[in-house]
Design a protein around this ligand. Structure first.
Ligand SMILES: [Fe+2]
Length: 216
């Protein structure tokens, strides 16, 4: 199947089939508080899905990846507005509260009773772990971090840097790749960073479409 078609199908599936009404309601609730997080989550799902395809994930893993990528920041629903919506950088205390979102998200996802719930909940919990152990909440290292959490981490970093935020402008894709190369093997999984670079340099149709915002 054409890669662009695959992403289109994935988006359609994500929106209309594998997310049950409870899941959709939850995502809508988050979007009502913070529309940026929903847009970001959709793009992260697109990038993560393409990376998952490149890594030859099996059907269940790919499905768990899609759902976990969509829900990775759902725990932000439990972060107070004065922090969640703060337009500038967090104080150290605010950052500590913000860093509670993966565990809050894990708790929410577990309650959804999803078929792949355990894998999804683990990926949500660990999407801010760093391969050198410097991340949170558990300071896991390397392959201790679930594979799909490592994929989400790469997709999340890429999207966070290529979009404009109140405290930084959007960066060029080439600059983002250079920064991610510097984080390869410390924050990010080096194999997955190399895979993302391959995807971008091959001008993968699905990725180009996501970057052009023509799908999400
Ligand atoms: Fe997050």
């Amino acid at each position: 199947m054409d890669p662009l078609e695959m992403v289109r199908n994935m988006r359609f599936t994500a929106d209309d089939a594998f997310l049950d009404p409870g899941c959709k309601a939850l995502l809508t609730a988050l979007a009502e508080r913070d529309s940026h997080t929903q847009d970001h989550s959709r793009r992260v799902m697109g990038f993560a899905h393409l990376l998952g395809l490149c890594c030859n994930l099996g059907e269940d893993d790919l499905m768990a990846l899609n759902i976990a990528a969509y829900f990775h920041d759902i725990g932000k629903i439990g972060i107070p507005d004065n922090i969640l919506l703060k337009p500038n950088r967090f104080t150290p205390d605010e950052m500590e509260i913000m860093k509670s979102h993966p565990e809050k998200g894990e708790g929410i996802v577990k309650e959804l009773g999803l078929k792949l719930g355990q894998a999804v909940a683990q990926a949500v919990r660990h999407h801010h772990e760093h391969v050198d152990g410097g991340g949170y909440p558990d300071g896991l290292t390397g392959e201790e971090i679930p594979y799909i959490a490592r994929i989400i981490s790469v997709a999340d970093s890429f999207d966070a840097m290529t979009e404009s935020r109140p405290y930084h402008p959007a960066r060029a894709t080439s600059d983002v790749l250079e920064i991610m190369q510097g984080e390869s093997g410390s924050k990010l999984d080096s194999y997955l960073v190399a895979k993302l670079r391959e995807l971008i340099q091959s001008k993968h149709a699905g990725l180009v479409a996501l970057l052009d915002n023509s799908i999400v």
